[in-house]
Ligand binder design. Sequence first.
Ligand code: FAD
Length: 278
Amino acid sequence: MSHISFPTTSDELLELQQQPEARIMAGGTDLLVALRHGLQHTGTIICLERIEELSRIEEQADGSFSIGAAVPFSAIVRSPLLKEHYPLLTQAASTVGGPAIRNMATIGGNIVTASPAADSLPALYLLDARLELRSAIGNRQVPIADFITGPRRTMLQPGEVITRIILPPPQPWTIQRFEKVGRRKSLAIAVASLAAAVRLAYDGTVAEARFAWGSVGPTVMRCNQVEKSLINKPLTVETLSTVAEQVRQAVCPIDDIRATADYRRAVAANLLLRLLDQ
Ligand SMILES: Cc1cc2nc3c(=O)[nH]c(=O)nc-3n(C[C@H](O)[C@H](O)[C@H](O)COP(=O)(O)OP(=O)(O)OC[C@H]3O[C@@H](n4cnc5c(N)ncnc54)[C@H](O)[C@@H]3O)c2cc1C
């Protein structure tokens, strides 16, 4: 039988984390499902919900933004600051589960679960998010792309906790989009997803482009070749169709109960064309 603790500061949390077999619970939407499916856990469960410092969204002095790891997706969707500066993340957050799940599920939990289909991850990779990790022996910051080492695998060490997600100062993207295809409209896990940010020059050609795909590889996939081949080109059906072929070749999805690898490959490529919907 597990004991449940409700620390109110991160120092208290780190102390509790020293206990053998202690396990963090943020919203519980992944952890409780795992426990119900037979994950054996007898140590203390440490809930994050009363730690106010993990629930803040703030602009920092250097223009970067900090999101507490225990911020639920509903608060991300509601945040005027995030909507103004990182609409891509707002869009991604609004596609997680349904309203009840978004009220519980946190951004930190989504990162630690590290599912290839996690909706916040393509946006966080594209925005070059860094994670602040704390433990009793100190703090460190790591880029999200280094933190996630494989499907459902991370470099989180025993006793360590994600405290904040740090987003570099916002950039003047012309287009920021998150697109997700699931098997139904709501409460759907992504069959494929795409985070895209494009900056257009005055003449309408692409000055800079960044893309990150979810659910089409063991972790989020970036594709430098696709990003580079759009530079100086107009954003048209023709150019996007040409690079879509490169996407089809570059991604490495698997067959599973939700979709075949071939279907995922086709969807990943076609999602690029949705950039023209605006
Ligand atoms: C019905 C349903 C629908 C869903 N739909 C989606 C969806 O559309 N898109 C999607 O991406 N996900 C979806 N999920 C999965 C889940 O909701 C998300 O992954 C969610 O973000 C997990 O966050 P949480 O706060 O609930 O994590 P928890 O379940 O509390 O924790 C998950 C894991 O992270 C660890 N952890 C949590 N916070 C920290 C921290 N700060 N530091 C260190 N470790 C930590 C926990 O110990 C645990 O191992 C769905 C789940 C359900 C049940």
